[in-house]
Design a protein around this ligand. Structure first.
Ligand code: NAD
Length: 258
């Protein structure tokens, strides 16, 4: 059976994905800040280093797939630390463990929020990999009453989607036989969105910004099935794709852009 390392395993999409893989007889080493086999804080350098060490130890030095799912949606610098730098560190740090697999795969969870307004300066700092400067910029945005609550989150997810586009076809990933892709969910019913979709009025307000004409707000297992396929042996040629699993938000918001 395949062995995976999956971050964000304690809740929502990560938990649904872990459950699905385990139902299918796969082994999943779950990672989270609480309630997981590997308990680490992915917002810190120490936590990221501990993840690599513990995943290596628990797997015996070889895994088949990486699921980088952990994320935060608070309008604060921590969202940048976890969603961008924590995700990149997960994928780059665990990549050597894929070397012994016959069908190595890697996937991360971005968001359709990458299509919403973002901060160009923050996106540029993330793309440059400058964590201290990106954190400082996020601090400025967090204190700016004029900036919307989603600006930091959207910027981190846009930079993450672009990271996949830039990295996937390089020698480190495609050259090593590793498909690297992203899922970009629309609104999914998880603890992250519970407040936002708690009442019909709030759901309608949110769906005005994030239209989901096909089947509306989704359960986390919808994303889990896509992630599981992207990291399965069946996926031999998807490379550097950001797959919107969003009930049509991307088709509505971006129209002719393909
Ligand atoms: P969730 O809050 O249910 O789960 C996120 C998990 O990440 C939690 O278990 C949390 O403890 C973990 N996490 C947060 N900070 C961490 C840290 N510092 N170190 C380690 N683990 C940490 O949310 P979810 O909706 O399942 O989100 C999963 C992913 O999907 C996130 O990347 C999120 O941005 C993305 N996403 C969610 C939606 C949605 O509508 N729910 C939409 C698009 C993208």
């Amino acid at each position: 059976p395949r062995t995976s390392v999956l971050t964000g395993a304690a809740s929502g999409i990560g938990k649904a994905t872990k459950d699905l893989l385990e139902q299918r007889g796969e082994r999943v080493i779950g990672v989270d800040i609480h309630d997981a086999e590997v308990v680490v804080d992915l917002s810190t350098a120490e936590g990221r280093a501990a993840l690599v060490q513990e995943a290596g130890r628990l797997s015996g030095g070889s895994i088949d797939a990486i699921y980088a799912v952990a994320g935060l949606a608070v309008p604060a610098p921590a969202t940048v630390a976890v969603n961008y730098f924590g995700t990149v560190a997960t994928l780059e740090g665990l990549r050597p463990l894929l070397a012994g697999s016959e069908a190595p795969r890697a996937v991360l969870v971005s968001s359709m929020a990458a299509l919403l307004p973002s901060d160009g300066e923050l996106v540029a700092l993330l793309t440059a990999g400058d964590e201290p400067a990106a954190m400082a910029r996020a601090e400025v945005l967090a204190r700016d009453p004029a900036s919307t609550g989603q600006l930091i989150y959207a910027s981190a997810k846009l930079a993450l989607s672009r990271w996949v586009r830039r990295e996937a076809a390089t020698p480190a990933w495609a050259g090593a036989g590793i498909p690297l892709n992203a899922a970009a969910p629309g609104i999914i019913a998880t603890p992250m969105t519970a407040d936002l979709i708690a009442t019909p009025a709030r759901r309608e307000q949110l769906l005005n910004v994030v239209p989901m004409p096909l089947n509306g707000i989704a359960e986390p297992t919808v994303v889990a099935r896509l992630l599981a396929w992207l990291n399965s042996e069946e996926n031999t040629h998807l490379c550097g794709q950001v797959i919107y699993v969003d009930g049509g938000s991307d088709a509505v918001l971006r129209g002719d852009s393909v």
